[in-house]
Design a protein around this ligand. Structure first.
Ligand code: TXA
Ligand code: MG
Length: 361
């Protein structure tokens, strides 16, 4: 492997994180204003020097990302927050102590050194300290703050393996650090700390109750719950269509008043819909759990995880949405996975992927 990075090359190099040349090559690419995809504990990120506007601009180009959608700045030392943010309230310190390194992003007012090209013109900055050793290594060895959105083409599901990154980014970025499949599988929780009462702008692995145990009452951005299109989410990225597979995805959920017996109703309805579409010559996939999988008639039953175990579903969700594209299915029916602590984070992604198309049985 050649450790001399050529900035004019668009040959994307995929390197295993264990390879001794991988990190030096990635560091060199970042220092020269290049783009490096790397594993984090949530999803793969697409990194560039956060203080270099030209480098950050390349991220938008590689992803096809709208320029008003700001980037998260990744750091490896808590003290770096004070270099990037002009005000760090007590509650931010408490959250940093409780959840960093880990899947939590905090929004604070930015200092001038953070360019508008990184924050999409906002006067605030999103900061996160990831816990994945390869991510921490990359930040420390480069000596940079690394701006990194998820390493997918805008609109596609976030990548949870290096192969997913390669599908979207070959020929567009310099290095892909392959650290295997990520652990969590959905993006970090985002908490805005610029108002008196903190609010969740994106649900994630760190849940509302986990946050409230540390800092007291936390709001949820109303635009996440009320789907009134005139409400603008405070995290610009949350307003965009996301994760949508090419086939038409519909979520089939239980009427909460019906209790557990409704699982059979959901299976029956999905099987009826499947039969109907197959009879019209369409290809259908079903997204379910290991527990319910045997009851579906579709030829493409995709198992997202285990019933009641949100973390197993989060870990598989994005790769299953990508698999739907690989299978070229026309219609996809998914059970709702709104049980457990992670339910709201999972359903936020699944409903976006479904364009909010829901059948309640
Ligand atoms: O887990 C994660 O957070 C991953 C990994 C790579 O760290 N990153 C990630 O980045 O999900 P991205 O760019 O795909 O999503 C960042 C979200 C977007 O919805 C963006 O609008 C929001 O964070 N955001 C960034 N800066 C913000 C700010 N200053 N104010 C409000 N929202 C912000
Ligand atoms: Mg993203």
């Amino acid at each position: 492997m050649n450790t001399n990075y050529d900035p004019n090359s668009i040959n994307t190099i995929i390197a295993q994180v264990e390879n001794e040349n991988a990190l030096p090559m990635a560091v060199s690419a970042l220092k020269q204003g290049g783009l490096v995809a790397f594993p984090t504990e949530t999803v793969y990120g697409l990194g560039a020097n956060a203080l270099d506007e030209t480098a950050a601009a390349k991220i938008y180009a590689a992803k096809g990302r709208p320029s008003d959608n700001p980037l998260i700045v990744h750091i490896a030392n808590t003290k770096d927050v004070y270099e990037l943010a002009s005000n760090v309230p007590e509650k931010a310190v408490m959250l940093m102590e409780a959840f960093w390194p880990g899947p939590l992003t905090i929004i604070l007012p930015k200092k001038d050194i953070v360019p508008d090209g990184t924050t999409g013109g906002l006067k605030t900055v999103a900061i996160r300290m990831p816990s994945h050793p390869a991510a921490l290594d990359l930040i420390k060895k480069s000596g940079l703050y690394i701006a990194a959105p998820s390493a997918n083409t805008s609109g596609r599901p976030s990548p949870t393996t290096a192969l997913h990154v390669a599908e979207d980014m070959m020929g567009k970025i310099d290095v892909i650090l392959d650290g295997g499949a990520v652990g969590i599988g959905i993006e970090s929780t985002i908490v805005d700390l610029t108002d008196d009462t903190p609010s969740i702008l994106r649900p994630g692995f760190v849940t509302k109750s986990m946050l409230e145990n540390v800092i007291g009452p936390v709001n949820i951005d109303p635009a996440l719950i009320n789907l009134d299109p005139t409400l603008r989410p405070k995290a610009p990225g949350m307003k965009y269509t996301h994760y949508a597979p090419k086939g038409e995805l519909t979520v089939v959920e239980a009427d909460p008043s019906k209790g557990l017996s409704s699982t059979k109703d959901i299976i029956d309805v999905i099987n009826e819909l499947t039969e109907d579409k197959i009879s019209q010559g369409y290809k259908v996939a079903v997204i379910t759990t290991q527990d319910n999988a045997p009851f579906y008639i579709s030829n493409n039953v995709l198992i997202a995880g285990e019933e009641g175990k949100g973390e197993t579903i989060a870990a598989k969700l994005y790769s299953i949405l990508r698999q739907c594209d690989d299978l070229n299915v026309d219609f996809i029916y998914s059970e709702a996975f709104n049980h457990g602590e992670l339910g709201s984070a999972i359903m936020n992604r699944l409903l976006k992927a479904a364009g909010q198309r829901v059948i309640t049985v």
